[in-house]
Structure formats: C-alpha cells, structure tokens
Write a protein that binds this ligand. Structure first.
Ligand code: HAM
Length: 425
C-alpha cells in the first residue's frame, strides 16, 4: 500500500460529527450580523503580498514571520490571506464602494498564519469579520461591541470579558511612542531579545510581551491613556457611555495594543479564561487611516473579527446543547419495484414536509442490514417499501427509538402521519 498523506500541520479537517456545531455557530452569528443591517462580501483567499505588508505593517509578527507567501507562475508575489480587513478595504476601493456612502460589511472564511500550532492556534483558522466604513463617531464602535455582546448572549456564552483601550490619534501615539522608547532605553539591560529588536521598529508591541521577566518593566512603563489627545479621549468616553447605558461591562486595559499596525483610537478584545493560553475569541477596533493608506480618500473605519475554532471550543467548554441535525427518517427499500417507487416517494415526502431529513437506503442489503444502517443514521422512524407495498401504494412505518407498533399507511397518508410524529407543522 502507498504511504498515506497527512494534512499540513496546523490545518484541520472539520469532520461530519463536528460540522453540525460549525453550521449552528455560523448560522447563529450570521443571523445576528444581518440583524444589524450588514451585508456579506466574499473575498479571494489570495492577494498581492504588498497589500498585507502595507496594511498590517512590515514589522508585525504576521508580516515578518507568519505569512504564506509564494511566487506564482507569473512571478507575482502572492500571499494566502492572514486576515480579512486588508482584503475588504482593497475590494471596497477597487469597486468604488466607499464613494460618499457608508458601508456595513461582513465576511467569513479561512485565514492562514504560519504560527506555532497549539490548542486554539492553528495555521489555517476561520474568522467571521465585520467592517464598517464612513462613520467616525463613537456610536459605530459601540455598535460593533453591542453586536458581539449579543452574539455571546444568543450563543449562551457567559464567561467572556471585554477589554478596551484607546490608541489615540496618530499624533498622540507618536508622542506616547517617544516617551515609551525613552523609558525603555533607560531599562535596556532588562529587555529580552525580542523587545530589544522591537525598540526601534514597534515599541508599543513590547507591552504585549508575555515574557514573565519583562512584566515589571511593562508595569512601570508610561501609560498610553495619559498621552491621549482630547478628541480621542472624548470619542472613547462617549463610546464607553453607550456601553454603560446598554449594561455592557468592560475592563480598561491600557496595555492592549493589538498585533496589527492599522489601528487608532478604540481597540477591543473579548477574552475568556476557559480556553488556556489562546483566550481571545474576538478582537478589533478603529482603523481610520487604512483606506487612505491603501490609496483611497480619508475614510473612517472600524471592525472586528472572531475566531470560529475558539468559539467552537468555548461552546464545548460551556457544554452547550446544539440543535440536532441527524436524519429523522430512513427509507428501507427492497425489490426492483420497491426501489423504483421508493426513490420517487422520497421526493414526494421532501416536497410535502419542508426541512425533512430523510435518508434513502442506497446500495441494497437485507432488511436486517438496512435496519442496522437506519439505526446508525440516528433516524427515529423507518419507512419500508418493497415490491408489495409498491404495487399496493402503501408503506410500512416502524418506530426505531420507542416501543410503538409498526403501522401500515397509504403512501398519500405518510406525510401527514410523519408530521404528527415528528411534531412538524
Ligand atoms: P486578529 O486579532 O489578528 O485580528 O484576529 C482576530 C481573531 O481571530 C482572534 O481574536 C482569534 O480569535 C482568531 N485567531 C487569530 N489567529 C488565530 C490562529 N492562529 N488560530 C486560531 N484563531 C486565530 C484580525 O484579524 C483583524 N482583521 C480584526 C479586525 C477586523 N479589526 C478590524 N476589523
């Protein structure tokens, strides 16, 4: 036998027994997002490498170490998208979606980052992202957060905490950066190699360091909120006031800086301690400069993305019961006439009962083996059509999970009887 080939490390199959949970999660989140008037945009998985370099930032972890970048046959440098915001802005600019109009958009799908795989961190993972363009006030930032809070409520997830910060305007960030670099230079002997490397390129990210030896230095560093410009301060306060009115609790985290460079003003993360080290389930913020940076007119923008693998894990941790997508009815068939009639009859039942989950036995087999398959399918009822039933226009109905008696029905009556039994109206 040939040696079998395995999936690429950090890239997972989502197996049939898991896909019901995924569908439930995606359907639920989609319904919440549509409830706020956002429309879906579908974006390619591959983009020009330059797009991500420019938007996410040359000296971020993603661009420096994590992108799947390759030359295609024309010699163009392409990258598998590590996130969706850059592509969304690119598409909006390319198709003129931002001319004198606001846009509320969402997207979903796989993202790719060459990180070290561990629980909750994968090289192919799935996000749902939401982006809003053309609105500069704090109300739309608050809407993003209210929407996510609603998602957790609808999903029944309670152990999640909202962390908030404001990064301020480009100018106030520059002032803070100066003060931070001065401070960090003063304690350079205590900095680890990573932080020393970032001192010039991206000092704010040093605050994100998880290295325990760095924590004392980070604790005593100047705090970003002390450097906020007046406009960002008011913007942030007004957003917090809306969250207060809506009863959304939050923690102010002055060290929350995010790993992508395009943010300014509001940033937020939803975190949980139920998932170990990878506890951020959703993250985002305002990125007013990005559209202009990518060649558009100055356009305020804000958004977030949530990680579906982590949400699935959190649903499991909460032991949330998911809707049952299993087969409801299994149609057992025998004899040439039975099979021919049964295939058509199955279509008639599906027409009559919308949403019915009916599996038809294909591939023959004795009654015994067909009933075994029926049992394995999870169906609650089996229907049986053999040559006799085909000739008489009848069908036998047998409960599989209760002691009820087998019934013989006319084929016309079957839909009505199944509706009663399955509680479908
Ligand atoms: P991000 O923080 O890089 O932001 O990713 C958002 C979420 O994606 C994370 O909070 C996490 O749940 C999930 N995630 C990220 N990396 C992985 C991974 N390797 N494995 C599993 N899950 C992961 C963004 O991507 C921004 N585009 C969000 C945004 C949209 N900001 C404004 N608009």
């Amino acid at each position: 036998m040939a040696k079998s080939i395995q999936a690429v490390r950090g890239m997972n199959d989502i197996l049939p027994e898991q896909s019901a949970a995924w569908q439930y999660l995606e359907d639920t989140l989609r319904a919440v997002i549509h409830g706020y008037g956002y429309r879906e945009i579908r974006l390619p998985l591959l983009e020009m490498t330059e797009l991500f370099k420019r938007s996410i930032g040359e000296v971020t972890d993603i661009v420096e170490k994590e992108m799947y970048t390759f030359e295609d046959r024309n010699g163009d440098s392409l990258t598998l998208r590590p996130e969706g915001t850059a592509s969304c802005v690119r598409a909006c600019l390319e198709h003129g979606l931002l001319h004198n109009q606001v846009q509320r958009l969402w997207y979903a799908g796989p993202m790719f980052r060459h990180e070290r795989p561990q629980k909750g961190r994968y090289r192919q993972f799935h996000q749902i992202g939401v982006e809003a363009f053309g609105m500069e006030g704090p109300d739309i930032d608050a809407e993003m957060i209210l929407m996510t809070a609603r998602m957790w409520r609808v999903l029944g997830l309670s152990e999640v905490t909202l962390q908030l910060n404001s990064l301020g305007s480009v100018e106030s960030r520059a002032a803070y950066r100066g003060a931070l670099v001065d401070y960090l230079c003063g304690c350079e002997s205590g900095l680890d190699a990573d932080s020393r490397r970032r001192l010039d390129s991206n000092p704010l990210r040093i605050l994100d360091s998880k290295n325990p030896d760095m924590q004392a230095i980070i604790e005593n560093a100047p705090q970003l909120p002390d450097y906020l410009d007046a406009e960002s301060r008011t913007h942030f306060a007004e957003m917090c006031a809306i969250l207060d009115d809506a009863g959304i609790g939050y923690e102010l985290n002055p060290r929350l800086v995010r790993g992508l460079d395009y943010y300014a003003k509001t940033v937020f993360e939803w975190v949980t301690d139920r998932l170990g080290a990878q506890g951020t389930i959703c993250a985002g913020g305002r990125y007013d400069g990005l559209v202009e940076y990518l060649g558009g007119r100055p356009t305020p923008a804000t958004g977030f993305a949530l990680g579906l693998e982590r949400l699935i894990a959190l649903l499991e941790a909460h032991a949330i019961e998911l809707p049952d997508n299993a087969t409801q009815v299994y149609l057992v068939l025998s004899g040439t006439q039975g099979i021919r009639r049964g295939m058509v009859f199955a279509g008639e039942l599906r027409d009559a009962i919308s949403g019915l989950r009916l599996q038809v036995n294909c591939g023959g087999g004795s009654f015994k083996s067909q009933f075994k398959r029926a049992d394995k399918s999870g169906a609650h009822y089996a229907l049986v059509i053999g040559d006799d039933e085909a000739g008489q226009g009848s069908v036998a109905l047998k409960p599989l999970r209760s002691d009820g008696e087998q019934e013989t029905l006319s084929q016309q009556q079957a839909a009505q009887r199944l509706r009663e039994l399955l509680d479908i109206f």
